[in-house]
Ligand binder design. Structure first.
Ligand code: FES
Length: 237
């Protein structure tokens, strides 16, 4: 399979994401524990696989997750402001005695896995196995790939993820979240430039991110709802 045959995503200027290559689209919900802390993911409905489709990027479509042309009606400004720099260069290293936590803060999608069980950025300073394992686990749960855990010998921990687009739902925060693109699906800008191909990235679908096309967590403040939170989603998909 050539690079142009497989799943791929193209950002369009002030318009939707054009998704090609039969990328599966699946509902993914953040699960919390009794303290309300994000601890795992639950998979939900799988949409019928389409060879190509347009996925809403402005947040205004009545047929979410698909585009219905609303971006033109609302005058959506989808200007891309995100860096094209490789994660390895853009992220800062928080070094601990057992593990290093790499952090590119502007990619934060506010899914809050890193904030559970004592906060990964604090735990990394500890010199014990339990803290090390928690840092690795919480890094791997981060949908945006803001965090990655790296061993002292340079080995990078990454979860095994197949190519998929997740529709993030965050009931604890009462909102829908970004598009969780998994498995190294290439994303190109409206100018045809390539963003770093990564195992996990989150693309904004509320239209409000200041780091487009990536999510920056603003969907929480914006109260974004794709219909799944209030139960008003379209039923045809
Ligand atoms: S979906 Fe997160 S900022 Fe838009």
């Amino acid at each position: 399979m050539g690079e142009t045959d497989g799943p791929r995503i193209a950002v369009t200027r002030n318009g939707p994401y054009v998704v090609r290559g039969g990328l599966p689209i699946v509902r993914r919900t953040i699960v919390v524990d009794e303290d309300g802390e994000s601890v795992s993911w639950q998979s939900g409905e799988e949409l019928p696989v389409r060879e190509s489709c347009t996925v809403c990027r402005c947040g205004a479509s009545d047929t979410k997750p698909y585009c219905d042309g609303s971006h033109a009606v609302i005058g959506f400004d989808g200007a891309e402001t995100a860096s094209l720099e490789a994660y390895e260069n853009a992220a800062v290293a928080i070094e601990g005695p057992r593990i290093t936590l790499m952090d590119q803060v502007e990619l934060c999608a506010d899914a809050r896995f890193c904030a559970a069980k004592g906060k990964a950025w604090h735990l990394v300073a500890r010199d014990d196995d339990a803290a090390r394992e928690t840092v690795i686990a919480e890094s791997n749960l981060c949908p945006a790939g803001r965090y990655t855990a790296v061993e002292p010998d340079g080995t990078v921990h990454e979860p095994a993820l197949g190519m998929q687009m997740g529709l993030v739902e965050d009931p604890e925060a009462g909102v829908s979240g970004p598009l969780w693109v998994q498995g190294g699906v290439p994303v190109t800008s409206a100018d045809g430039e390539s963003y770093p191909v990564r195992n996990r990235v989150t693309l904004c679908r509320c239209g409000k991110s200041a780091n487009k096309p990536f999510c920056d967590g603003t969907h929480i403040e914006a109260g974004f709802d794709d219909g799944a939170i209030r139960g008003t989603e379209t039923t045809w998909w």
